[in-house]
Design a protein around this ligand. Sequence first.
Ligand code: NAP
Ligand code: ZN
Ligand code: ZN
Length: 348
Amino acid sequence: MSTSAYAAFDATTPLKPHAIDRRATGPKDVAIEILFCGICHSDIHLARSEWFPGAYPMVPGHEIVGRVTAVGGEVKDFAVGQMVGVGCLVESCRKCSSCKEDLENYCTGGFTMTYGSPDAVSGGMTYGGYSTAITVDQDFVLSVPENLDPAGAAPLLCAGITTYSPLKHWKVGKGSKVGVVGLGGLGHMAVQLAAAMGAEVTVFSRSKGKAAEAKTLGAAHVVISTDEAQMAAAAGTLDFIIDTVSAKHDLNAYVNTLTRDGTLCMVGVSPEPLDTPLMGMVFGRKAIAGSLIGGIKETQEMLDFCGTHGITAKIETIPMSQVNEAWERVMKSDVKYRFVIDMASLKA
Ligand code: NAP
Ligand code: ZN
Ligand code: ZN
């Protein structure tokens, strides 16, 4: 099926309209009309070949919400008209120990990313959510609670699960003291999710204009990270920190804010390497860890948690034609707090 999309054709020029082909609905497939797709900073890192050389043309987008338009004969859990989501993965090896433990995100046999991966089914490459439709195996489709606004729910499929998963893994709950570094797409989800889990949340932001609003998202404390006195006052106060910063920065400042045995979990992936703050880690048995999105089962758990708590992303909705300007603004940290593309603009 010919499908309208926007694609990057190289690492430097603006995204342009492009037509892609979506496969016919197979017996285990769910065909989806895409209603909304979030803009994740990873879309920019990947399309601009900031982490590794990209495969072009690249249709980005892995924060997808839409309605089911058709299901294959073997599909059990989805029906035409249902609101569904697709995140960063559309297939995995299904055999390795990670896949067997519902951790497809750590598949060692090779997972298929929603875009920019070789597509074992079609033989070409996968194309993402900056498009009007997608067809995905039922095991990688999520059910989106109908009480959530579909546009605000789209960023849950990446920003939501990427912050929910480490909060759960490091057992954040009532009384935990959690730091969130960077109040962007991931950061503002981390604040809402950690607060809903019962944590006392401290936001570290360079942006004074965002800091004022952090408390409305659930933060108890806001530290302007460029203010040395405020950073010093936060020393030794936090059990666990999620660092969502998309660029090179000094980790030492944040390790200093951990208590003994605390963990700084990196989810932001700077294209440039970061220095290891050894002294701060050794004096206090502190850890620096990483975390990658989440498995499909946990993504459903996160969506259900958000449905129960009424959590969605705070978004700025744009038509597809404004995607290049939106990317420029993401790179300047000028978005509160996630751009979401209204795909009706591409169908018109
Ligand atoms: P984003 O909306 O651009 O947010 C990043 C935030 O980091 C900004 O809002 C800004 O917050 C802060 N920041 C940016 N540049 C900075 C700098 N030079 N120094 C200090 N702080 C800076 O991006 P996002 O979509 O949330 O993604 C964040 C990162 O996570 C990206 O690297 C992305 O690729 C990565 N990511 C990882 C996973 C995973 O599975 N691990 C999943 C999705 C995304 P303030 O304005 O508040 O300072
Ligand atoms: Zn993402
Ligand atoms: Zn696997």
